[in-house]
Design a protein around this ligand. Sequence first.
Ligand SMILES: [Cu+2]
Length: 244
Amino acid sequence: MSKSLILASCLLAAGGLTLASTAPASLAWGQGRAKSGAKVTGTITGTIKFSGKAPVRKMVDTSSDPVCGSGQEADKVVVTKGKLRDVHVRIKSGTAGTHKAPNASIVIDQVGCVYQPHVVGAMVGQPVAVRNSDKTMHNVHAYIANETWFNRSQPAGAPAIVERDTGVAGEVFELKCNVHPWMDSYVPLTDHPYFDVSDSKGSFSIKNVPAGTYTLEAWHPKLGLKSSRVTVGRKGAKVTFRYP
Ligand SMILES: [Cu+2]
């Protein structure tokens, strides 16, 4: 090996060391690259299990508004064959880079005096559209961190209320209805697109996650927060959360 080559390799090694010791923690994430130079991504899939006896889903007294019908559930812990619905699963933080919120709105509808869906994720700055499909008046009262974000009545046939959310990542905004006190919906906010909400089979799927090791969080409005470490590679990763 010539002198200059040795010098070059020493410099390279030193450069590598310097990089490793000064790189911010966030750069340690999502840095996996295939040999072609393309970013390595994977899908995180998983299941939310609920063990033990599922809570009884009570009926709500909707007699104050005949349009609402009957059969609404007061307790929103929805368990089907040991699987839990409405759990927002997200990477806690630290995915490399910044992510622009989509211009497409998150849509929440009011059907039979129930917000649908009950839990839906949004990115900070993403528009949220609240529709009224009922032949009755609702009053959409939205809160962020227990403070009113907006409070607007929405008669039957009125157009959707569209607002761009103004929260910060990690906050949850909650929709209530001032006319029908049993109505509620929750929108956890993230500054990245790596989230999903479990369906009635307890399943979730988070696509295109840059390879790396993350803290994955699961959050349910009534049952709270769980977390798990997950390493995502080309083949993705599988995670199970257990409630309560
Ligand atoms: Cu209402």
